[in-house]
Structure formats: structure tokens, C-alpha cells
Design a protein. Sequence first.
Length: 225
Amino acid sequence: MLARFVRSRTVRLMSDLTLVVGNANTSSWSLRPWLALTAFGVPFAEATVNLRASDAKAQILAHSPSGLVPALKTASLTIWDSLAIIEYVAERFPEKAFWPREREVRGLARAVVSEMHSGFRPLRVACPMNIVATGLAPGPEEGVEADIARIRESWAACLARSGGPFLFGAFSAADAFYAPVVSRFRTYGIGLEGELRAYAGRVWDHPAMGAWRARAAREVAAAAP
């Protein structure tokens, strides 16, 4: 087991890709590409910025012109948007099925991801990601219930079409993009039933998600007084 871990770590460090991420417990945008790259076995090094540090903005600007995380650095360029990171890596590693192979299903998956990427602001504001916490109450923000209803509707339609176990059958970029929503639903006690509940459980229990959750727990424990 130790030898396998060492080999895996060596391969990761030999990559020319470096993913810059924020705090595991709260940085939902960082989680998305990290989860996708990890789930598909893409080798990458990591740089972590403590977003609570007084010089966090300066640290991020040393890596990315946007002043935001995540960012993916290569030998020749920096990509500073989570969806752009996924698209770049999917093109660079075409043998890895970040997106469904069938064109029509792939188009649908991209629509679902883009809706998450650009929408659901009320849910984001009222229910910030806090992976290790449970039993929190959503903040007051108009439109939260509409966001929740739309997400349930979208998940149900995707699962009905694909038959599961994930939104488009096998785990894909779409599931990575909705993983922070799965976390939010757990933290704020937002109910799911039947297949939606089972789907959320599969995302939560995915090995890559488990690794990120453990990382979040370690970070929170280390920061505790």
C-alpha cells in the first residue's frame, strides 16, 4: 500500500500541471476541478492558498491574474476558471471520459454544468459550502427554494434518462460540478428522496470526494483553537 502511494505521489509531482486551490472545507469552486482531475487519474501537483490568510489575495495573484481560485498552471499558460480547466484537461486527455462520449448526451451534460457554473446564486449565498458542518440553517435569501426545486428537477431528469448511477451514467464533469451542492444539501438539511437521495449519497461516497472531505476535516481540526 505504501509503495503504491509513493508511486502515485511521484507521478503526480512529475506532471507539468499545477492546480491552485483554496480551503477544502469552504472553497466550492476549488473542489470541482480537483474532484474531476482526481477521479479521472489526471496527474497534477497542487498549490494551496489559505483563503482566510491576511495576504490571501496576494498569494492568489502570484498564481492567477483573476485573483480567484481555482487556477490551473502549465509550463506555458494559466487557466483561471473551473469550467475552462475541465475543458482544457478533457481535450488534453481525450482518453478520459470527463464528458459523455455521445454527442447529444454530451451537449446535455454541458448545459447542466453551465447552468451550475453561472446560476443558482441564491443557493450559493444562503448556503455557503461548509463540508464538515451539519444542522446549519440557510440564510435569508429570496429564490433559494426555486433553486432547490430546479436542481431536484434537473437531477431527476438526468437520472431518468441515463438510468444512473450518476447523472449521465458513469461519473463525469457534471457530477463534479454538483458535488458542492450535495455537500450543501447535507450541511443545511435540504431533503432529498428516493433516487435523488441515493444519487447524492453516491457522489458523497465517491473515493475522490472522500479524499477531499478528509482533507477538509484535517484543515478544520488544524485551525481549531
